[in-house]
Design a protein around this ligand. Sequence first.
Ligand SMILES: Cc1cc2nc3c(=O)[nH]c(=O)nc-3n(C[C@H](O)[C@H](O)[C@H](O)COP(=O)(O)O)c2cc1C
Length: 197
Amino acid sequence: MATPKIAIIFYSTYGTNHQIAAEAKRAAEEAGAEVRLLRVPETAPKDVVEGQDAWKAQAEKSSDIPEVTHADMEWANGYFLSAPTRYGVVASQMRAFIDTLGPLWMEGKLANKTFTGTTSAQNVHGGQETTLQSLYVTAMHWGAIIVAPGYTDPALFESGGNPYGYSAQAGQFDDKGKAAVAHQAKRLVEFTAKIAG
Ligand SMILES: Cc1cc2nc3c(=O)[nH]c(=O)nc-3n(C[C@H](O)[C@H](O)[C@H](O)COP(=O)(O)O)c2cc1C
């Protein structure tokens, strides 16, 4: 069986989704995948980013992580996306990248790949589920295969119980969250291996 190739693509203003993506990378590699950890480009103006200490610090912390390219999207046979909830949908930085993918979509190069998502929000019920559903609507347009965690592991019940994908409260990515992300990443690898194999 071929080694599954997983692109873990994140956007993070303050670090939570970066932490989630890092744990997904660790777990996906442990599960036998070849993994690329990638960030989407920042779209906010430089003076806005640098106007907030926490935003500036996160930008510096993630600056050595490669920005995702169309070549990465072609390379991967599974996608793990993580980005914050903004007004109940995914952060515009992630959407801006997704919106560049029209040419790949038209050629069918995003089809038949696995797809899973995670997010964070400030509040317990701040829109996490709609954010993940909005990502999955995009996955359906691609013809991707959605690999939601459902309730397939006890870690799901212990980390907030979101069957669409793990969701953290901002800044509170703890060990229970790590276990849920690890399960979700391993499940993605497992199904990617079945589909891409
Ligand atoms: C413009 C904006 C909109 C936001 N909208 C929501 C929201 O709808 N619900 C919520 O609970 N938190 C909301 N938040 C908080 C973010 O979800 C939070 O900052 C994010 O999850 C932190 O992730 P990060 O550390 O990876 O940047 C919003 C934040 C910003 C800046």
